[in-house]
Ligand binder design. Sequence first.
Ligand code: G1P
Length: 292
Amino acid sequence: MTIRRPRKVVLPAAGLGTRFLPATKAAPKEMLPIVDRPVIQYVVEEAIASGLADFVIVTGRGKRAIEDHFDASAELEAALRAAGKEKLLEEVQRVSELGRFAYVRQKRPRGLGDAVLCAADWVGEEPFAVMLADELILHEPPALAQLLHVHEITGGASVIGLARVPKEEIGRYGVAAVKQENGLLRITGLVEKPAPGEAPSDLAVIGRYVLAPRVFALLAKTPPGRAGEVQLTDALDQLAREEPVYGVLVEGERFDVGTPEGFLAANLALGLRDPRYGKQLAAFARRLLGML
Ligand code: G1P
């Protein structure tokens, strides 16, 4: 049987961004910039570098800026052209040509699982990817491509990206119980944000998934879990009991840009590496640290 290669990516972006208030009171957290690109553009570019270019973004109230970002902008382009700013013009045009975008709205913030379920009709009966814009992962090959590789060699099984995290942080994540199977990590169970001492391992779910469409039927039956929300982790725990689900220890430098600490660290790390700003920023940081 030939396996279907996933083509579509679901990007949940309906969350309220409470960890970033008041910055996210009127602006989507997915649009906060890392150097000069909004965080959501990094995950879109990771998907494209992994060979997937069909996106459905699950949005909600106050998220219109995301649609505008990936759309053409006639006035802006005309103004840049008139001003002779060719490089910037190319860059804004490139962003509007990154992929194909569709949008669905999640009417109420009922959790990540419910947001993914909102994309069911658009995905249909195909394997698909889910990517959370909260996690920035830098690597070549990209994180999603690492998952797609395991999806392929397992004949089309669902695959979840994992990373080892310190004990003190594990309660912030979905956590996987795993066993070794023919050189792969088979997931035997998943718990969303376990209480201290109850995590089945130090393997955290890091916001990259390649999933079988069966997960939609499971999500539709999943009752609210942690925080009274429908959790994707709970539906995947059920999926892992029904059929093989694999974990991949994702290689790459990871920033949890959904928290202010991770967001600031990502801006510092990418800013220091940026050929346009790195030198000046390093000199400034050195001066500043010398003063502390
Ligand atoms: C979500 C998922 C969690 C996962 C995390 C990764 O939680 O529910 O399983 O580990 O993303 O960032 P959130 O960070 O949205 O609370």
